[in-house]
Ligand binder design. Structure first.
Ligand code: PMP
Length: 373
């Protein structure tokens, strides 16, 4: 064998990765892109100004590595969470990464891995099993309910599956992507107790959009050293392009995440930009109310069309009642509307964008349903 030999790269790939497909939400240039649960609202000019100023301040120092412990950013994130949840939080309970995907990866790198198991309750965020797999973690695909058309988690069934799988990592998601509804905290408590050797992750990427009276799992952290709650600036903070996700957990757990992160994983530019956005938290979050109103409009509008939207605590709505979801997805795309086919039969997921986008989605839906019956 010499350097010119043809070797199939598939054969060189880690056996547990062969035949897998990468994450691939389409990024298409269409008039109405409502398929990845981003904010449709651009960053307001006054926030852009602060971002430019803060990035300008760090630009001459880019010859140096960033603050490895991103202390100022952790302080700002802790203050934001404490203010919005009422739970007092110190900097040592905060961790961040390039998107919540990266902080989730840190969890499985530290607590999952080869010979270990992660449990999730499907349908949920499609990246949870992929992130587990990248770290070589076995995946147990749990059921949310014995009836696959019910999307709320049945606590008793979840407990039974947690006992059986005896996992090292459990993924919960509240509000759940792609179904939209928040979890009863009773489920979190029950699963935590039923999996005594597991890190229990509650992915709260959409928490800020929850309907009134929905408490965060952050209120459960006290006395639960294996509980982790993840958040992101990609949704409510309208900063998907920034790539900043974070988590809160016991200080001892956060200390262990330092074992797996790459040194200086949050660039100076990222830290400066995130700090600027957090300085304007109220402005950034003022769009959340508008988005919630648009979400409720989508729920009402799709109900009026004879469809079956799932109750939503998020910035999207899972809509059921399509004879052929794939066909409707294509027909909507032909009308300039990109929604998400999440693989649940008869359902499509629609992000709540601007009011105009919601009306465009509803008009396109009406047209498609009129044409296809
Ligand atoms: N968790 C959930 C439930 C999500 O829906 C998403 C994004 N679609 C993420 C995490 C990851 O978001 P990010 O990496 O942008 O923080």
């Amino acid at each position: 064998h010499g350097p010119g030999d043809i070797v199939s790269l598939q054969d060189l790939l880690r056996p547990d990765l062969r035949g897998r497909t990468p994450y691939g939400a389409p990024q298409l240039d269409v008039p109405v892109a409502v398929n990845t649960n981003e904010s449709s609202y651009p960053v307001p000019p006054e926030v852009v100004e602060t971002i430019l100023r803060r990035v300008g301040e760090v630009a001459p120092t880019l010859n140096r590595y960033p603050d490895r412990e991103f202390t100022a950013l952790r302080q700002a994130l802790a203050a934001y969470l404490a203010r919005t949840t009422g739970v007092p939080l110190q900097t040592d309970r905060l961790w961040a990464g390039n998107g919540s995907n990266e902080v989730l990866l840190h969890i499985v790198q530290a607590f999952g891995g080869h010979g270990r198991t992660a449990l999730g309750f499907t349908p949920s965020y499609s990246m949870h099993p992929i992130i587990a797999a990248t770290a070589g973690t076995a995946w147990v695909d749990g059921l949310r309910d014995s009836d696959p058309t019910v999307f709320d988690i049945d606590a008793e069934l979840a407990v039974r599956q947690a006992r059986e799988a005896d996992p090292q990592v459990v993924f919960l998601c509240s509000p759940n992507n792609p179904t939209g509804t928040a979890l009863d905290l009773e489920v979190v408590r029950a699963v935590y107790d039923a999996a005594p050797r597991a890190i229990v992750v509650v992915d709260e990427a959409y928490a800020e959009f929850a309907r009134p009276g929905t408490p965060s799992a952050i209120t459960l952290l006290e006395g639960r050293d294996r509980l982790v709650v993840t958040r992101t600036m990609s949704k409510a903070f309208a900063c998907a392009g920034l790539r900043l996700g974070y988590l809160t957990a016991a200080p001892e757990l956060i200390d262990l995440l330092r074992l797996v992160r790459m040194p200086y994983h949050l660039s100076s530019v990222t830290q400066a930009t995130a700090l600027a956005a957090l300085e304007h938290a109220d402005t950034m979050l003022s769009m959340v109310d508008a988005i919630k109103a648009t979400r409720d409009r989508l729920v009402q509008g799709t109900t009026d069309l004879g469809l079956q939207p799932v109750p939503s605590d998020a910035n999207f709505v899972l809509v059921g009642g399509f004879a052929d979801a794939r066909h409707t997805w294509q027909a909507l795309l032909e009308r300039g509307v990109l929604v998400r086919d999440v693989g649940i039969p008869h359902h499509l997921r629609i992000t709540a964008g601007t009011p105009d986008e919601a009306e465009a989605v509803l008009a396109a839906l009406r047209d498609v349903l009129d044409t296809t019956g």
